[in-house]
Design a protein around this ligand. Sequence first.
Ligand SMILES: Nc1ncnc2c1ncn2[C@@H]1O[C@H](COP(=O)(O)OP(=O)(O)O)[C@@H](O)[C@H]1O
Ligand SMILES: [Mg+2]
Length: 246
Amino acid sequence: MRRAASRPGIHRVACVYRLDGRAILTAILMASERSMILVVGNTKGGVGKTTLAINLAIARALSGRDVLLVDGDEQGTAISFTELRTEQLGAAGYTAVALHGAALRTQTRQLAPKYSDVVIDVGGRDTGSLRAALTVADTLLIPVQPRSFDLWAIDNIAALVKEAREINERLRAIIILNAADAQGSDNDAAAESLGEADGLEYLPLPVGRRKAFPNAAALGRSVLEQSPRDQKAVQELAALTKAVFV
Ligand SMILES: Nc1ncnc2c1ncn2[C@@H]1O[C@H](COP(=O)(O)OP(=O)(O)O)[C@@H](O)[C@H]1O
Ligand SMILES: [Mg+2]
C-alpha cells in the first residue's frame, strides 16, 4: 500500500498552494474528498459481478490508484482470485479483505479514507452484506445478462436501491449488460426494458461475452494484463471504468 502523501488528491494541494486563498480552499476540499466506494451487485448469481469487480479494481490499481477490494460474498471468490494473483504475479497490486454483514458497513467506512477507491463484490442474493454495502456506497453497478430471467430480477434490486436511498440518498445505481451477445436483437430488447427500470440508470456500455474474461481470471489476471490482449475486452473495460469512476 502506498503512503497517503503520494495520493493524487494530496499532490494536487501542493501544486496550487502558491495561488490565492480560493485556490487553496478548493485544493483542500479536493484533497479531503472521500474515496469512491463502488459496489458491484445484483440479487442474481452468475451475472459477472466478481468478474467485473476484479477487473475494475485492477484497472484502477494499474492507473496508480490505491485500491481496496472488499469481498462481501461468503463464497470468497474475490479473495481466492487475489491469492492466485499474488502467487502468479508476486503481488496483487491492491489490498483485499473479506467482510460480511454489519462489519462490511462499519469496516468499509473506517477503511475507505485510507484508499482512493473501494470496490465491493457481494453475493448473488438479497443478503445483509448487500444491504450493508448499499448504505455506504457511492455507486452500485448492476451487471445484467440480456436474458429474461435476469431482466426480471431487476425489480428486486430496484426495490433494494429505493430502500437504501432512505439512508443513503446520493446512491447512484447503474445497470450494464454483461456477457452480451455479439449479435442478435436480445441486446436491444434488453436495453429497452432496462431503460425503464425505476430509479436505475441504464448505461449503454455493454461488456460482451468474451473468453478473455474467464481465461485471464484463471491466471490471476485482468483482461488488461493478458497476452495476447483481447482488444475488444480491453476497450469495453476501459470505457466502463471511465464511466463508473467519475
Ligand atoms: N463478459 C464475460 N464474458 C465471458 N464470460 C464471463 C463474462 N463475465 C462473467 N463471465 C463468466 O461467467 C461466470 C460467472 O461470472 P461471475 O463473475 O463469477 O458472476 P457472479 O459473481 O455474478 O456470480 C464465470 O465463469 C465468468 O468467468
Ligand atoms: Mg461472485
